[in-house]
Design a protein around this ligand. Structure first.
Ligand code: 5BU
Length: 263
C-alpha cells in the first residue's frame, strides 16, 4: 500500500490540498484518527455528545437533516465546540444531483452547509459536473470534498469501474477533492495521497441487520490502509459511556496507526 507508512505529519507537509493539510495536522497534534458519527435527532443530545467526545476526535460527522429541532444556534454551538476541543466538522450530505442543483443545496436552503462544514461528500453517479458545482461554492471558503468511491454496506454498487472512475475524477480536482469514503486505500502512485475516511467500524458487532458491515479499527487502518475511522453507534449507542467509548476507539485507531507507521 502506497504512502501508508508515512506519518500524518509528514503527509501534512507535502499535501497539495489545504483542507487535507489542516486535517492531517490536527490528527497529529491531537493524536486521534477518530471521527464520531453523531446520528441523533435532538439538538441537545447532539451538542452533549459533541462536547463529551470532543477531546478524543479529529472530526465530528453530522447528518444535520435528521435533527428535529435544528436551528442556526445549533451550528453556532457546534462551531464553538469545534474551536474549544480542536476538531473539524464533516457534514455527510452525500450530494447526488447535477452541478447547478448541488451548489444551491450546499450554499443555500435551511442548512447552509458550506458556511459551517469544513468537509462534505458527494456521490459520483452524476459525473464530474457535481464536483464543478460544489467547488464553485466550497473552494472560495477553503472547504474540502470527499467522494464516495466505496460504500460500507452489503451489496453496494460502488465497486469495479465505478470506483476506478471516481478516483479518476478526484485526480482531476485535487484543489478541492482530497479523499474518499471508502473501505480501502485508493492511491495508485507514490505521488498520490488521497485520504480515506472509512465508516463501518466497530469493535463489538459485525453488522446491524440493515446492510451495515463492520471492521475493527486495526483492520481499517493497518490491513486496509484507511486514514480516519468513522464510528457511530459504537460510541453514541452507549449514552452513559460516551467518553469511555470515544477514548476506547481513539486508542484503538491511534495504536493501529502507530503500528502501521512502525513508530
Ligand atoms: P454506524 O452507527 O457506526 O454504523 O454509523 C456509520 C455512519 O457512517 C452513519 O452516519 C452512516 O450514514 C455513515 N456511512 C456509512 O455507514 N457507510 C457509508 O458507506 C457512508 C456513510 Br458513505
Amino acid at each position: 500500500m502506497i504512502n501508508t507508512f508515512k506519518t500524518y505529519a509528514d503527509r501534512a507537509q507535502q499535501h497539495p490540498n489545504a483542507c487535507a493539510r489542516d486535517l492531517l495536522m490536527l490528527m497529529e497534534r491531537k493524536k486521534s484518527n477518530l471521527s464520531i458519527a453523531v446520528d441523533v435527532t435532538s439538538k441537545a443530545e447532539l451538542l452533549s455528545i459533541a462536547n463529551q467526545a470532543g477531546p478524543y476526535i479529529c472530526l465530528l460527522k453530522t447528518h444535520i437533516d435528521i435533527v428535529d429541532d435544528f436551528d442556526a444556534d445549533l451550528v453556532d454551538q457546534l462551531e464553538t465546540l469545534a474551536k474549544q476541543h480542536d476538531f473539524m466538522i464533516f457534514e455527510d450530505r452525500k450530494f447526488a444531483d447535477i452541478g447547478n442543483t448541488v451548489k444551491r443545496q450546499y450554499g443555500n436552503g435551511v442548512y447552509k452547509i458550506a458556511s459551517w462544514a469544513h468537509i462534505t461528500n458527494a456521490h459520483t453517479v452524476p459525473g464530474e459536473g457535481i464536483i464543478d458545482g460544489l467547488k464553485e461554492v466550497g473552494l472560495p471558503l477553503g472547504r474540502g470534498l470527499i467522494l464516495l468511491s466505496e460504500m460500507s454496506t452489503k451489496g453496494a454498487l460502488t465497486k469495479g469501474d465505478y470506483t476506478v472512475e471516481s478516483v479518476a475524477m478526484a485526480r482531476r480536482h485535487q484543489d478541492f477533492v482530497f479523499g474518499f469514503i471508502a473501505q480501502h486505500q485508493m492511491n495508485e502512485t507514490p505521488d498520490e495521497d488521497f485520504l480515506v475516511l472509512t465508516p463501518g467500524v466497530g469493535l463489538d458487532v459485525k453488522g446491524d441487520g440493515m446492510g451495515q458491515q463492520y471492521h475493527t479499527p486495526h483492520d481499517a487502518i493497518v490491513s486496509r490502509g484507511c486514514d480516519v475511522i468513522i464510528v457511530g453507534r459504537g460510541i453514541y449507542g452507549h449514552p452513559d459511556q460516551i467518553q469511555t467509548q470515544a477514548q476506547r476507539y481513539r486508542d484503538a485507531g491511534w495504536d493501529a496507526y502507530l503500528e502501521r507507521c512502525k513508530l
